[in-house]
Design a protein. Structure first.
Lengths: 504, 276, 305
């Protein structure tokens, strides 16, 4: 009987040894590897099954796009040396000859055609290809010429093509599992190992068409806890850590081995105002009053330590058609009260506001602060904080929540991707529409001439400020912790790219 | 000093700590120096008074929204202790009764109850609360129900094991052989012998439940935001652990104090039961 | 013995059906994955199309029957997120979980039982109070706090151990300690409580009176008395160790089942949640079957049919 307790530890140790720590492809050495600590693991190596930012980081290293964005987010040639609109609905791209996939096969117009058709294939059930939907057909006119036809004029197509990673048709012939797990791309790196939930190791391709990368290995390590990510930066286990909280900046100041890098973020933050529901928000003066009541600069200063900038409307300065001539609502509680009184609410009103939790940096804190500021003009906010899944679940109904905090990411940097979904009828998240604004947005999205289009968006920004469909908030700065052994600059599209980085 | 006296002193001290927290919870609204939800962004993240930059006006410092931590700690003691006590009571009563009955009577009852316990115990309570909140909206009742019910298998299985051990003892066998009524045997012989493990498990669960409540709060699945709890404070403070460690330290310390005291009390009670 | 095992295996069937139904209802009550998966600019008709493509537009009972039908053939469905068989994802995460669970069980038993014996042998002394105080502090410390403190001390300051991740044995140490801290208290206390009761019982008194050496009394008679509650506790912990180590797994970036389950719950990835919980239930039932059988081994007097 006494023996029974003795074998137990032995058995467990034996078990631990048998199950053993599995080797996670440690072929590379730390000195030649850049380790990036990310919050989530990749979903799939097929970029069209992507559900998170890590997928995009990885895809950007494995694959190339027809067009690319430079550091200033301007569209530049990439796999395509040139492109033009043949007609308002037909675009022609000329491909660079001599580009080869990692398996040695040349990249041709057939691969481009395959890629777009793959993304739109109903059998793929792709989660995030809404921007591809206007495409009705793709033709490989020659080995290096592709024509893309859209249902209606679609001026945002070049921006979409900067997010369209070209897959190998030959690899796809081996089945979906090959695409999802054994990617073959034309990008600067190849997949070396993927230990799910733990890390992804990429290896440099010396035969990359733009020249071999200077960094031999890149490892994306999944570290879900932000405190642990920060600890990894301090210990040197990670070279790049994204989404540092603003408080981290002061702590890193004394550390000579790391630095903080900043870039304006791709998200526009706002508080949605639901005008589908009966109530005070239907009155434009009330919506304007709310904009006067919120002290956005104070939110930035106190909650985000100043790392962000005010937005006058829903457009960020990086977006196409942005104009600085539209200025933010000044913070003016007296004016807010006057407007509320004028609208028939001299003593304010009570309303529910929804905020997600853990989705955006300090989402709960900023929602609480906004509720506090609104209370000062008599708007009594009943704040509900929800887990993200429950939060978005509320938009399954026609009505939706009365007020809601959101941050909208615009990967295409095209206003179309935010204005149509938020301010026109029959959309998933938008709960506001007025005929004048809707007409303007619809006109702009089908105007191909960039100049005419920019002018329309400028008008839209003026009208947007006037209508106050949301409480306009801010754009945050993305903060990164970077090892000083690395030369690397962050981008405004949240992408962590190491092709142009180098060790110091 | 004799062993007995030292042990009694320790028990009295721990009783004092638990009693003090209970009093604080009872009189919280009159004790909190500030509105526990009153935000003041201008004086946010002030350290405790005894540290550099600290202010006497906020002896334990302020949190990320400038709320007074002392006030929140005092106000939070209410719901936290309520959740702790009521979930232990709920889980302990349900689980204890099931454990006693199944251990003693065995048979089909035992089979069914233990399989139910298997289902319950291998279920993540996060899923249960997520579903309930999606349907009913967040409330204190859901938190108590979810955490209370999640813990019944622990009690049931521990008690059942203890009953099985006791039941095979000579005196119980004799009592059964003499034809004593099962209820009488249960009350006279078995219950006193399983009270010890019950007390131990129950006092262990107090801190467990407080930490589970923290997990739920953090995930937006806890009690509504306007009600401060230690668990909620703890998880809010988690993101500031490196930058303003006092945010999580105070509620953590409070939870630890209550946990250590109840556990010591539980042991004292167990010793008393054992020697009775 | 064989009869007991056979009967328990038979019982496992309704348990599996019951829990699958419960999980199914709970995950579906908590919302669906469409809006979580799709980018926000997706218009409502494409959201509806996505739901249709994944069969989420079907009535609940149809979806459940479809799930059961697949499960009978060993197909627990495909992850909506990862587009891979849900069972594969769970089984891939299982070794990491078992590794961490085994390591912390070794710590729990190796530290908890001796501490319990020590404090029972010295009941009422300062040593007893000190041992228990230490154990209680370990148990009352929120795991994320303890975990991060360990990282700060051993990884950031002393540079002795890696902060997180899985692969090397050194990476196992900190998470195993964190996970064990809570359970050590439970085992130490149950050991102490049982011993104190046993040492005061008649048969131990008799043994003592017969002049047996104190350690023989302790190990020969008294310790056996505490094994049942301790083993019961360990059996119960196995359930918690399998799916409930989320906080530890998150802090130490440990790719185990706890994280997979919670992530999947948040993404409403139904098939993965269902597969993970079914696997947990099977393991849990198996471990507790062993626990129940061990009662007879530990104490031959126990007979429970």
């Amino acid at each position: 009987m006494r023996a029974s307790i003795r074998w137990l530890p032995g058995l467990l140790v034996g078990l631990a040894l048998v199950l053993g720590p599995t080797a996670t492809a440690g072929a590379e050495d730390r000195d030649r590897t850049v380790v990036v600590a990310v919050g989530v693991d990749a979903t799939s190596m097929d970029p069209y099954l992507s559900t998170n930012i890590t997928d995009k980081h990885v895809a950007s290293h494995l694959f190339d796009t027809l067009l690319r964005r430079d550091d200033a987010m301007r569209i530049q040639p990439n796999l395509a040396t040139s492109y033009r609109a043949v007609s308002p609905t037909v675009w022609e791209f000329t491909l660079r000859p001599g580009v080869r996939f990692d398996d040695g096969t040349p990249l041709t117009a057939e691969d481009v055609k395959f890629t777009i058709e793959h993304a739109l294939d109903p059998a793929l059930k792709a989660p995030s290809v809404a921007q591809f939907r206007p495409i009705v057909r793709v033709d490989a006119v020659g080995p290096h010429t592709v024509r893309i036809t859209t249902k209606e004029p679609y001026p945002a197509l070049p921006a979409v093509m900067a997010e369209c990673w070209i897959l190998s048709k030959a690899q796809a012939a081996k089945g979906q599992q090959a695409l999802s797990e054994r990617p073959v791309g034309s990008g600067p790196y190849r997949l070396k190992a993927w230990a799910r939930g733990d890390s992804i190791l990429l290896e440099a391709r010396t035969d990359y068409w733009q020249g071999a990368p200077k960094i031999p290995y890149v490892r994306f390590r999944t570290v879900p806890d932000q405190n642990t990510r920060f600890a990894q930066l301090r210990t040197g286990e990670a070279d790049i850590v994204a989404a540092l909280p603003p408080e981290a900046v002061a702590l890193v100041a004394g550390d000579r081995s790391v630095r903080i890098a900043r870039a304006p973020g791709a998200r526009a933050y706002f508080v949605g105002l639901n005008t589908r529901l009966e109530g005070p928000l239907r009155d434009r003066r009330v919506r304007q009053a709310l904009n006067h009541a919120v002290d956005v600069q104070a939110l930035l200063d106190f909650v985000y330590e100043g790392y962000g900038s005010r937005l006058a409307t829903l457009l960020t300065p990086q977006q196409f058609g942005y104009t600085a001539s539209v200025t933010p609502y000044p913070h003016d509680p007296a004016k807010a009260k006057a407007l509320l009184a004028e609208a028939g609410f001299p003593s304010g009103f009570a309303i529910r506001m929804e905020s997600p939790e853990g989705r955006y940096p300090k989402d709960r804190e900023v929602a609480q602060a906004i509720a506090g500021q609104l209370a000062r003009v008599g708007v009594r906010v009943d704040l509900a904080i929800r887990e993200w899944g429950t939060f978005v679940g509320q938009f399954r109904t026609e009505a939706g929540p009365p007020m809601y905090l959101m941050g909208w990411s615009i990967p295409t940097f095209d206003p179309e991707t935010i204005l149509t979904p938020l301010l026109t009828p029959n959309q998933t998240y938008g709960r506001f529409d007025t005929p004048s604004l809707t007409r303007l947005i619809h006109e702009a999205r089908s105007t191909v001439s960039p100049e005419a289009r920019a002018a329309l968006y400028e008008k839209a920004q003026v009208l947007m400020k006037e209508e106050a469909p949301v409480i306009f908030l801010f754009q945050l700065e993305d903060l990164y912790g970077v090892s000083n052994r690395l030369d690397w600059t962050p981008r405004s599209d949240e992408r962590i790219l190491l092709y142009q980085a180098a060790f110091r | 000093m004799s062993r007995g006296r030292a042990a009694r002193l320790l028990a009295v001290a721990c009783g004092g700590v638990v009693g003090a927290f209970a009093l604080i919870a009872l009189f919280a609204p009159w004790l909190a120096p500030y509105d526990p939800n009153g935000t003041d962004l201008g004086s946010r993240l002030l350290p405790p008074a005894f540290l550099e930059r600290g202010r006497l006006a906020h002896p334990l410092g302020t949190d990320h929204l400038g709320r007074d931590i002392l006030s929140r700690l005092v106000a939070g003691s209410r719901v936290t202790l309520l959740v702790g006590a009521s979930t232990v009571l709920l889980g302990g009563l349900v689980g204890g009764a099931i454990g006693l009955a199944t251990g003693f009577f065995g048979g089909v009852l035992d089979r069914v109850a233990m399989r139910l316990a298997d289902v319950q115990a291998s279920f993540p309570y996060i899923l249960v609360s997520l579903a309930l909140i999606a349907v009913l909206g967040p409330s204190l009742g859901i938190v108590i129900a979810v955490l209370g019910l999640a813990s019944w298998p622990v009690y049931a299985r521990t008690i059942r094991g203890a009953v099985l051990a006791v039941r095979s003892r000579d005196y119980v066998t004799v009592a059964v052989a003499l034809g004593a009524h099962p209820m009488r045997i249960l009350a006279a012989h078995v219950t006193p012998n399983v009270l010890g493990p019950l007390v131990i498990v129950a006092t262990l669960q107090v801190s467990n439940v407080m930490i589970a409540e923290a997990t739920l709060s953090f995930l937006g699945l806890g009690v509504p935001l306007s009600t401060p709890t230690w668990g909620g404070m703890l998880r809010e403070g988690q993101s500031y652990l490196f930058y303003a460690p006092w945010l999580a330290a105070w509620p953590g310390l409070a939870i630890m104090l209550v946990a250590v005291s109840t556990n010591f009390l539980g042991d004292a009670l167990n010793d008393r039961i054992a020697s009775a | 013995m064989a009869v007991v095992v056979a009967r328990r295996l038979l019982d496992a069937l309704p348990v599996l059906v019951g829990s699958s139904l419960l999980v199914f209802l709970l995950v579906h009550l908590s919302g669906d994955p469409a809006l979580l998966m799709l980018s926000p600019d997706t218009p409502p008709e494409q959201v509806a199309e996505f739901r249709r493509a994944h069969g989420l537009d079907q009535p609940l009972h149809v979806q459940y029957l479809r799930f059961v039908g697949g499960a009978i053939r060993g197909d627990l469905g495909e992850s909506i997120r990862f587009r891979r068989p849900a069972l594969d994802l769970v089984l891939e995460a299982l070794p990491a979980t078992l590794e961490l669970a085994a390591a912390s069980l070794v710590l729990v038993v190796g530290v908890g039982v001796p501490l319990g014996v020590l404090s029972a042998a010295r009941t009422g002394t300062a040593m007893d109070a000190a041992v228990r105080g230490l154990v209680f502090v370990g148990q009352g410390t929120p795991p994320f706090w303890l975990g991060l403190m360990l990282i700060v001390v051993f990884a950031v300051k002393l540079r002795l151990l890696p902060s997180s991740g899985r692969g090397d044995f050194s990476q196992l140490v900190l998470p195993a300690v964190t996970l064990a801290a809570y359970f050590v208290a439970a085992v130490a206390r149950l050991t102490r409580g049982g011993l104190v009761a046993a040492l005061r019982s008649d048969y131990v008194r008799t043994a003592r009176a017969k002049g047996l050496a104190p350690w023989r009394v302790l190990f020969g008679h008294a310790l056996r008395n505490v094994l049942i509650p301790v083993v019961t506790m360990i059996g119960l912990q196995t359930g918690t160790l399998l799916g409930g180590a989320v906080v530890t797994e998150t802090i130490f970036a440990w790719p185990g089942m706890g994280r997979l389950i919670v992530d999947s719950i948040y993404r409403r990835d139904y098939p993965v949640v269902q597969a993970a919980i079914l696997v947990t239930v099977v393991l849990f039932v198996a471990v507790n079957l062993v626990v129940d059988l061990s009662y007879r081994l530990l104490d031959p007097r126990v007979r429970h049919e």
